[in-house]
Design a protein around this ligand. Structure first.
Ligand SMILES: O=C(CO)[C@H](O)[C@H](O)COP(=O)(O)O
Ligand SMILES: [Fe+2]
Length: 221
């Protein structure tokens, strides 16, 4: 039997004037998680939303929260992310010189720990941390903005990561974020992805619940 692919819609593409309506749709959809992009204007050239907004989202959303921090020194905000009752906290490899310590701190706080790689950061750099992490988030666009074009080299990175996880007998999930839609998902699934993040393809679709359903039933190419 084909493995079940998880779908984590990215709030970045939502209608912020109607967050309650958007969350109602997410709650009654087949979405597995909700992906929250936090940006600081330093690590990435954009600012998204902060904790007061996320507190409201967390109250409305019934799905597990998959938080993606595109900020410098993400370890400073472990407590705030935990207060959202987040399931997963993803920090960027490029933002954490003491990554092992940050991963342990996230787990000690009671969350799953994810490590995110920018498109130009090689998977091989995870050799000595892969056994400690619950998920690797591969960016398939340069982080900072929704609605960008998928970078095809990501497929090779998914395959390399799948090999690394198998060789180390590790348990990490593979998540891909950026430009994911019905066209790019089949090859990602074939390459070995576990979780698809989709912003525009879900929130800008005429029927959000149907768009999520279509991503859930896509098979590998
Ligand atoms: O982390 C992100 C951007 O930095 C977003 O999660 C991502 O861009 C999703 O948007 P889309 O599916 O529209 O590409
Ligand atoms: Fe993201």
């Amino acid at each position: 039997m084909a493995k079940e692919i998880k779908v984590s819609p990215s709030l970045l593409a939502a209608d912020f004037a109607d967050l309650r309506g958007e969350m109602d749709k997410i709650n009654s959809s087949e979405a597995d998680w909700l992906h929250l992009d936090i940006m600081d204007g330093v690590f990435v050239p954009n600012i998204s939303f902060g904790f007061p907004v996320l507190k409201y989202v967390a109250e409305l959303c019934k799905k597990p929260l998959d938080v993606h921090l595109m900020i410098v020194q993400p370890e400073k905000f472990i407590r705030e992310v935990r207060a959202l009752n987040a399931m997963m906290m993803n920090v960027h490899y490029e933002a954490c010189p003491h990554l092992h310590r940050v991963v342990q701190q996230i787990k000690e706080a009671g969350m799953k720990a994810g490590v995110t790689l920018n498109p130009s950061t090689p998977v091989s750099l995870l050799e000595d941390i892969i056994e400690d992490v619950d998920m690797v988030l591969l960016m398939s666009v340069n982080p900072g903005f929704g609605g960008q074009k998928f970078i095809p080299h990501t497929l090779q990175k998914v395959r390399s990561l799948r090999e690394l996880i198998a060789r180390k007998n590790a348990h990490a999930l593979i998540e891909v974020d950026g430009g994911v839609n019905n066209n790019t998902a089949p090859e990602l699934i074939e390459a070995g992805v576990d979780v698809l993040v989709a912003g525009s393809a879900v929130f800008k679709a005429p029927d959000m619940k149907e768009a999520i359903h279509q991503l859930k039933i896509i098979k590998g190419k």
